[in-house]
Design a binder for this molecule. Structure first.
Ligand code: GAR
Length: 220
């Protein structure tokens, strides 16, 4: 049976596209109930429509404050029957009432090795710090921005001559593999959250999971 998910995306939607590709290839057993965005012109919405997935665009300007916007958005998410919300390049901070309501049922992909570099411009921050390594994390969403328990990470080397663009381009396909594996593991019940900790096959993990040679999550 397919696991019902909703995806929120503000822009390009390549992570969404990776999930759709995996699902259409029979490698990910999910049903896309809704793709929603805070940007009516987000390419992610057009991509979802082209694959027959219901979409919703809500403009934050039409609401008095963040809470009102998030209440309206997540009323739609709840109504669609999703059991998991995937933030795939969703660039708005969420109201704490929503993160509490969806605790353990909402994940986010972030382009850094959390807890390093929360927020924006992570590639720039890596270069400025002179780090030898960069990466991406998928975590359960908490009230703290990019702060919830980390499920899994991928790593790439930083090379001489790297720019923000080259780092982003090299990381992106790894992000796609990471997000797909995390959604798959949650859909299969292999990953869940309990009391702010990540459980993998019912055991608490103490370091983020990584991808094995088959692109599945494994203990690091
Ligand atoms: C991805 O790199 C994702 O990690 C990042 O936005 C990009 C979206 O790309 N997310 C964040 O920075 C969230 N803090 P996409 O629209 O092609 O999936």
């Amino acid at each position: 049976m397919s696991f019902p998910i909703a995806v929120l995306a503000s822009g390009r939607g390549s992570n969404l596209a990776a999930l759709i590709d995996a699902s259409e290839a029979g490698k990910l057993s999910v049903e896309f109930k809704l793709v929603a965005s805070d940007k009516a012109d987000a390419p992610a919405l057009r991509h979802a429509e082209a694959h027959g997935i219901p979409t919703l665009a809500l403009d934050p300007k039409g609401f008095p404050d963040r809470r009102a916007f998030d209440e309206a958005l997540f009323a739609n998410v709840a109504a669609c029957g999703a059991q998991l919300v995937v933030l795939a390049g969703y660039m708005r901070i969420l109201d704490a009432a929503v993160t509490a309501q969806w605790a353990g049922r909402m994940i986010n992909i972030h382009p850094s090795l959390l807890p390093k570099y929360r927020g924006l411009h992570t590639h720039r921050k890596v270069l400025k710090a002179g780090d030898a390594e960069h990466g991406a994390s998928v975590h359960f969403v908490s009230a703290e921005l990019d702060g919830g328990p980390v499920i899994a990470q991928v790593r790439i080397d930083v090379r001489a001559g790297d720019t923000e663009d080259s780092l982003a381009a090299r990381l992106l396909p790894r992000e796609h593999a990471l997000l797909t594996a995390c959604v798959d593991a949650i859909a299969r019940g292999a990953v869940r959250e309990r009391d702010g900790k990540v459980l993998f096959n019912d055991a608490v993990i103490h370091t983020p999971l990584q991808l094995d040679g088959r692109g599945q999550l494994a203990i690091a």
